[in-house]
Design a binder for this molecule. Structure first.
Ligand code: MG
Length: 248
C-alpha cells in the first residue's frame, strides 16, 4: 500500500524536511579536513534535536548514528566513527528528521576543499540525475519514468549505477512502499497520484555497478574501490508538479 498524505500530514513532513535540510546546511558550513565522521554525526544530532526533530536514523534497524556518513569509496550507510576526512575527499551525509510523527530523509555528497576534476564532475552529474528524475515525478507518470531517466542520464556519462539499494516511499515510516530504483523501464510501474511522497536517491559510482557490505554489517562500498556519490530529496507529487520537501 502506498500511503496518500493529507494536507496536515504534508505540513508536518515539510517541517521535518526543513529540519533535515537545515542540518545539511550546517554540516556544509562546518565541514573541514581533519574532522572525523563522528564529528559530523554530532553536528547532525545537535541540529536536528535543537530544532524540534528526532534523528530518525538513530536506532533504525539498529543503526548507531544520527547520520550515515560515507567517505569516497563508501557508497551508503557509513557508520560515524574515527575515520578522518581529508582535503580532496568526498563525504556523503544522509540524514532524516521525525517531526510530530512524520519523517524526512535527504542526502548530499560534499566535496572537501579541492577535489579532482573527474570527482567534481561525478558529484555534479549525480545531483543533475536526481533533478532529471524529480522532473519526471508528475501526476499520471509512472515510477519507471523516474528510474529510467536517472539510469539513462548516468549510463550516458559512463558511470556505474548501484542497483542493490534504491529510493522509497516515506511518511509515518522512514521506508515505505514503493521502492524507487535508479534503473528501470519508462512507462512501467506504479502510476503517480497527488499526495504520494517519495525519496529519490541516485547512488552513482565512478565506474562499475557492483558493491558489497563491509564486515561491520553496515557500510556499503564499491567493489573496485572507485568513489561514489549519493544525492537524495524527499518529494511530494502535486497537480502542479513535484515539490521538493527537503529543499535547502
Ligand atoms: Mg532514503
Amino acid at each position: 500500500m502506498i500511503s496518500i498524505k493529507s494536507k496536515s500530514d504534508i505540513e508536518k513532513m515539510l517541517e521535518a524536511g526543513k529540519i533535515a535540510g537545515h542540518a545539511l546546511n550546517v554540516v556544509e558550513q562546518k565541514l573541514r579536513p581533519g574532522m572525523t565522521t563522528k564529528d559530523i554525526d554530532k553536528i547532525v544530532f545537535h541540529e536536528i534535536t535543537s530544532h524540534g526533530g528526532i534523528p530518525n536514523f538513530l536506532g533504525l534497524y539498529g543503526f548507531p548514528g544520527s547520520a550515515c556518513v560515507s567517505v569516497n569509496e563508501e557508497v551508503i550507510h557509513g557508520i560515524p566513527g574515527n575515520r578522518v576526512i581529508n582535503e580532496g575527499d568526498i563525504v556523503s551525509v544522509d540524514l532524516g528528521a521525525r517531526y510530530k510523527g512524520w519523517n524526512s530523509d535527504t542526502c548530499y555528497t560534499f566535496p572537501v576543499g579541492q577535489v579532482a576534476p573527474d570527482v567534481k564532475k561525478l558529484l555534479e552529474d549525480t545531483n543533475a540525475s536526481l533533478y532529471a528524475g524529480i522532473e519526471k515525478a508528475q501526476v499520471g507518470a509512472r515510477l519507471g519514468d523516474i528510474s529510467h531517466t536517472i539510469e539513462e542520464y548516468c549510463r550516458e556519462r559512463g558511470y556505474g549505477i548501484v542497483q542493490d539499494y534504491c529510493g522509497h516511499g516515506i511518511g509515518k515510516e522512514v521506508h515505505e512502499e514503493p521502492e524507487v530504483p535508479n534503473h528501470g523501464r519508462a512507462g512501467h510501474g506504479t502510476r503517480l497520484i497527488e499526495g504520494m511522497t517519495f525519496c529519490i536517491e541516485p547512488m552513482i559510482n565512478m565506474r562499475g555497478d557492483e558493491v558489497h557490505v563491509l564486515p561491520n554489517k553496515w557500510t556499503v562500498v564499491t567493489n573496485n574501490g572507485t568513489w561514489s556519490a549519493h544525492f537524495e530529496h524527499m518529494i511530494l507529487i502535486t497537480a502542479n508538479g513535484p515539490v521538493i520537501m527537503t529543499k535547502r
